[in-house]
Write a protein that binds this ligand. Structure first.
Ligand code: WT7
Length: 575
């Protein structure tokens, strides 16, 4: 291994193009997926129609269960037919290729059918976490000029409350509603449930590897959330890593606990596993260790992909019974730092360790991981996957750091197939993510002598709570709408279960006095307007906030205080 300072040498530490029988070579990936180089294909059709054409139409694609115990299952042929129905319906409503169609639904089967249907039509899927409240929804729909929103009765009021301010939004499509049981609809609202729709054939839009597929909103430090634009060709990376890192094969039963409102739930909760042709088990229910173990046992789940917060919650609950996890053969984790204790606990109690994986909305696919067979160093994220050139860059010079263990910026050298192609209508922000030969992740870390990467923290003020990114600016904007709040700063605070939670420092308007009651009122205000994830778990009322000479609030000082890190000298602050 070479730790020379020359960026060329970093390429030398890039993993080879394949390990064992898994190739990362684009040509081999294309032929495995029946994609012709430079030719047309459609990701929606690739994920279901392709399996049917290959005689696997009767293979189980989706085993679905919800909190009431209702169970349904669907084959790849069901996926093909139901997604055709969605593509047809959207086309009938006048949705055109390239239009954004938002999925604002819980994990009901129609979410998956509609996702595939949107892609078949050549439209762009915009998944949003259904727990978002009206403010979070409005900002993202306005930014994307979204043409149609697919939702359920449960979330309809939120959509209705913002619709008048969204001129581009032509249709609200209610799904998962039995005929006749839907609420009174107003103009522009329609009902569509694929299982009840008449069968139709649909000719998929002839996309190519650069055709837009998904727009995933993610939070930054400043300004509004940004829509990371992905393309149909992302499947090359997702397929390769699903095979190689998640070790998934067509005969596996795979459970990814992530919601498709976030990128893990699409890249590895829809695209990767169905590109492989595996069976997905989906549990539309809140967390309960007991029910999770029962779910794994009932459906004989073989591969499990979840997040550290969920693992820490399992650790606090009674252990599984010896027979519950016998089907499991591989487990991976993503989204936040996986503490060494969680790896060791899993080995002892679940019979195998969690393999950490690291990536982002922007990378579209796993970039660093502990692949099967690589000895795990608990606390490390593992090594770059084959074909990915990773580096730790100096924070001032942006040159690769030569010294093992020295902390710098985690960066990757583009391109790779699943890389985002832009932030929607935010070209300058997109450009700011690239320096020299590298894409900057916004995370800090180090690499050791053996080439293992270690996560240290974010290089910005974004809060990672339970594996979900929350932008401080969005929280502060919501706080400002509360009548008692004059000024605020939202920062992360350590939390034993969620990793981090939101903490707000608030300067009250002169006519308001701080009280516990007011704290609760403000917490609830954020939960109801923005999202439960963004709700501050703690509030401090303060006289003033630390600011630079030009008046910018210095969140990092408040954050340092919360984490017990050196705060630095306030008086010398510049911009
Ligand atoms: C951010 C990306 C990756 C899909 C889900 C989240 C943090 C991600 C790890 C990990 C420590 C991690 C980083 C990253 N993160 N994986 N294994 N160890 N931190 O996607 O919402 O775009 O968040 O999550 O800070 O930049 P995302």
């Amino acid at each position: 291994m070479n730790y020379s300072n020359d960026s060329r040498d970093v390429a030398a530490v890039t993993s080879p193009g394949s390990i064992g029988s898994h190739s990362y070579e684009p040509g081999a990936l294309r032929s495995a997926l029946d994609i012709k180089q430079g030719g047309t294909f459609n990701l929606g059709a690739l994920l279901c129609d392709r399996h049917c054409a290959q005689g696997r139409g009767e293979h189980m694609a989706l085993i679905w269960e919800n909190h009431t115990g209702l169970r349904k299952s669907f084959t790849f042929d069901d996926l093909r037919r139901h997604s055709n129905a969605w593509a047809h319906k959207l086309a009938e409503l006048g949705v055109k290729p390239g239009d954004r169609v938002c999925l604002f639904v819980d994990r009901v089967p129609d979410l998956y059918f509609a996702f595939l249907g949107i892609l078949k039509l050549g439209a762009v899927a915009q998944p949003l976490f259904s727990q978002f409240m009206a403010d979070a929804l409005e900002v993202r729909l306005a930014d994307a000029d979204t043409r149609a929103v697919i939702t359920t009765g449960r979330h309809l009021e939120k959509v209705r409350s913002v619709r008048a301010r969204l001129p581009a939004l032509a249709w609200v499509i209610l799904t998962d509603v039995k005929s006749g049981a839907h609420p009174t609809l107003v103009e522009g609202e329609v009902v569509m449930t694929a299982e009840e729709a008449p069968p139709v054939e649909f000719t998929p839009f002839p996309a190519n590897e650069d055709t837009p597929s998904l727009l995933h909103y993610t939070s930054g430090t400043t300004g509004r959330p940004k829509g990371a634009q992905h393309v149909h060709g992302s499947v090359l990376s997702q397929y390769a890593t699903t095979r190689h890192v998640l070790d998934l094969r067509p005969d596996d039963v795979y459970w990814c606990t992530a919601d498709p409102g976030w990128v893990t739930g699409t890249s590895y909760g829809i695209i990767g596993p169905w590109a492989v042709g595996a069976t997905q088990a989906i549990f539309e229910a809140g967390f309960s260790a007991q029910r999770w173990y029962e779910f794994i046992a009932r459906h004989r789940v073989t591969v499990f992909y979840t997040a550290p917060t969920a693992i820490r919650m399992l650790m606090k609950a009674p252990p599984p019974t010896p027979d519950q996890l016998v089907s499991l053969r591989h487990m991976c984790s993503v989204g936040e730092p996986l503490n060494p204790a969680a790896v060791l606990w899993a080995e002892r109690v679940m019979g195998r360790p969690f393999h950490d994986t690291y990536w982002q909305t922007e990378t579209g696919a796993i970039m660093i991981s502990n692949v099967p067979g690589l000895p795990i160093k608990p606390g490390s994220m593992g090594k770059p996957v084959p074909s990915i050139a990773a580096a730790i860059l100096d924070q001032q010079t942006f040159q690769p750091i030569a010294v093992p263990g020295k902390v710098g910026l985690i960066a990757f050298r583009p391109p790779w197939p699943s890389m985002f192609r832009g932030y929607f209508k935010a070209e300058k922000t997109y450009q700011s993510k690239f320096v020299g030969d590298y894409y900057l992740t916004g995370d800090r870390g180090s690499v050791d002598r053996d080439g293992y990467y270690w996560f240290v923290g974010r290089d910005d003020d974004v809060i990672n709570t339970a594996g979900h990114l929350v932008g401080p600016f969005e929280v502060e904007s919501a706080l400002l709408r509360h009548p008692a709040v004059a000024e605020s700063a939202a920062v992360s605070k350590p939390d034993p279960t969620y990793g981090e939670v939101v903490k707000a420092f608030i300067v009250l308007r002169p006519e308001h006095a701080g009280s516990d009651e007011l704290k609760l009122d403000i917490m609830n205000f954020v939960r109801k307007h923005l999202s439960p994830l963004a709700m501050p778990h703690a509030i401090d009322f303060v006289e003033k906030l630390p600011k630079t000479r030009s008046g910018k609030i210095v969140r990092r000082m408040l954050r340092a205080q919360e984490w017990g890190e050196p705060v630095g000298d306030l008086s010398s602050l510049d911009d």
